[in-house]
Ligand binder design. Sequence first.
Ligand SMILES: [Zn+2]
Length: 308
Amino acid sequence: MKKPSLTILGCHSSIPTNKFYPTAQILEMKGFSFLIDCGEGTQVQLKKAKIKFNKIIHIFISHLHGDHFFGLIGLLSTFHLLGREKSVSIYAPKGLKEIIDVHFKWSYTKLKYCIDYIELSSKKLERIMENEKIEVFSIPLKHRIYTNGFLFREKPSNIRKLNMKEIQKIPTIKIVDYKNLKLGKDFKTHDGKIIPNWKLTFDPPKILSYAFCSDTSFYLPIIEHIKYVDLLYHESTFLKKEENRAMNTGHSTANQAAYIAKEAQVKKLLLGHYSNRFPNLKEFEKEAKKIFLNVEASEPLKTYYLEE
Ligand SMILES: [Zn+2]
């Protein structure tokens, strides 16, 4: 299975340019492709990133500012035109269903697939999705309108990893024995000799997690929700010199994002949601690095891994 990764489709704020797109990203984890926000241009970026539309089953929308969902109607419409039958679950604040319904009503479109809306309204950390491999939580953020971040966490597994180098030394072992080894059982040879499980396997893979926090003011309550995550995407719309503007518009600076990452002891920080008034993304990285070392200014169509 592919290593968990995050592909950035768009990481700028407000107005799209010929080079930069507003927020959208794909998290690939345990065989799932989660679309997080869907700014204008998402379809085009998905194509460039070679991500199959049909793999997207869960869509998470942080809030109803246009730069976070204006690409959604187009994408849902394309799903329909491509003959999609598989349903889609959309996790979003109240109002999105109404916006989408009105569009399809007046374009006289009857979608060939179902949309399952999960309306988010909680003001505290809440589990909003769960399956056998992953759980997703909403993270309350502080913005001009109701906004959630999202925390994606793998579920613990008891399945051990096979040590093929050692296993191949046993001529009588069969593929059917692999299942028992994965479950932690010892191996018994034909002549009755016991080979302990730990000699033939490694511990189960560690649990990985990703937190998405955009858009938000500098908001300390986030810290407890994102403690020790492997990868944190935190918005940094502005640089420190525009701290007042950040505060007045419900956004953060690179400096503040780094402070949150440091206090939450995350492994790696990705910055994004840049204002177009700062064309040099390295300035964001440079500012954040003074506080938190393992930081990168995210770039469109670049993939970041949760595990290094
Ligand atoms: Zn916003």
